[in-house]
Design a protein around this ligand. Structure first.
Ligand code: SAM
Ligand code: SF4
Length: 337
């Protein structure tokens, strides 16, 4: 599929649910979200049909996200069904890792071969504060389980927020002894959580990835270690997406930087997003949404195709400059990141 600006669109990100077993301050309000009626959420058979139609149009990769995808019942069966859709070459999943230790093997057997785990800090108290109650050890156990059952690559994504004072150096070192691909993602002040459930963060909390890399390299210099070196294309992890990758010399994994704000990567954007209620979003930074659910429920495959084609036509060439907080009012848990 090509969009109106000549970009190849071969990647669908599908949110399975708005619900989550955590309440990260930058993503969800403290008291959770308004319940979405069960009927409004896409059923698994609808998702599989959508993926089949999209695959006929050229989609090759699907990422399942949320909310927390692992809290949705039967997710292993969905993974199996999506992985079997003709034309789909790659199924991946983004999770907070809380349930991963117990589910890793089943997911892997079902055809999921790579996973992204979101983790912003290794400090138990900071993790509890960011996630409003989570236990970092469960996530670390999930990451180890993912490596043990053979997920490859396993990426660990940290949202960098200036006010959080994260220890980027310590975090990046996760990539040294284990084949983990640590990635720092610039915080996006979007959604009605742009006020961040009281945390009060805004655009000033965006910390550009170049600054994070500099902080890591400065610490390396202080500790007498060699700093990060760029990774050539052949050593980048599969599904690298818009990240720029580096590595500590001799490390088993890599350190990546994703800069949605400081460096637009709209020119390489290859994706469409589906919300849990079947809204088709051409751009992460816009609330513009097409209704897929009703055509999946009442329409033919051709009509589903037509909605996908319309999304390709309306996909913006690039998102607007900040203030992104104004660009979208929807919380990240509803879009899936
Ligand atoms: N629950 C899963 C998880 O946390 O990985 C999947 C959904 S979550 C919305 C997807 C990703 O979006 C996570 O990596 C999360 O850290 C990121 N995210 C949420 N809100 C964000 C924000 N305001 N800016 C940047 N990333 C954000
Ligand atoms: Fe849940 Fe993921 Fe949002 Fe955190 S970032 S509240 S884990 S959906």
């Amino acid at each position: 599929m090509k969009d109106a600006h000549g970009r190849t669109i071969d990647y669908l990100r599908i949110s399975l649910t708005d619900r989550c077993n955590l309440r990260c301050v930058y993503c969800m309000p403290a008291d959770g979200i308004a319940q979405v009626a069960h009927d409004d959420v896409l059923r698994y058979d609808e998702i599989v049909r959508l993926v089949s139609v999209a695959a006929q149009m050229g989609v090759r990769r699907v990422r399942l996200t949320g909310g927390e995808p692992l809290v949705r019942k039967g997710v292993v069966d969905l993974v199996r069904a999506v992985a079997q859709v003709p034309g789909i070459e790659d199924v991946s999943l983004t999770t907070n890792g809380i349930a991963l230790a117990r589910m890793a093997e089943g997911l892997h057997d079902a055809g999921l071969h790579r996973v992204n785990v979101s983790l912003d800090t290794l400090d138990p108290a900071d993790f509890r504060a960011i996630t409003r109650g989570g236990d970092v050890n469960q996530v670390l156990a999930g990451i180890d389980a993912a490596l043990a059952v053979g997920f490859n690559p396993v990426k660990v994504n940290a949202v960098a927020v200036r006010s959080l004072h994260q220890d980027y150096f310590r975090f990046a070192l996760l990539s040294v002894e284990k084949p983990l691909h640590v990635r720092f993602i610039e915080y996006m002040p979007v959604g009605d959580s742009a006020g961040c459930g009281g945390a009060g963060w805004g655009p000033e909390d965006v910390i550009p990835c170049d600054e994070i890399r500099q902080i890591i390299n400065d610490r390396c210099a202080q500790e007498g270690l060699e700093g990060l070196v760029p990774v050539d294309d052949s050593h980048k992890p599969t599904g690298g997406g818009p990240a720029r990758y580096y590595q500590f010399p001799g490390a088993l994994g890599t350190v990546g930087f994703i800069s949605p704000l400081s460096r637009h990567f709209c020119g390489d954007c290859n994706r469409l997003r589906i919300t849990s209620t079947g809204g088709l979003r051409p751009c992460l930074f816009s609330d513009s949404e097409l209704d897929l659910r009703s055509v999946l429920r009442e329409g033919s495959d051709d009509e589903v195709r037509a909605v996908l084609a319309r999304a390709l036509h309306t996909k913006p060439e690039e998102h607007e400059e900040l203030d992104h907080a104004r660009a979208t009012e929807t919380n990240m848990n509803a879009i899936g990141g």
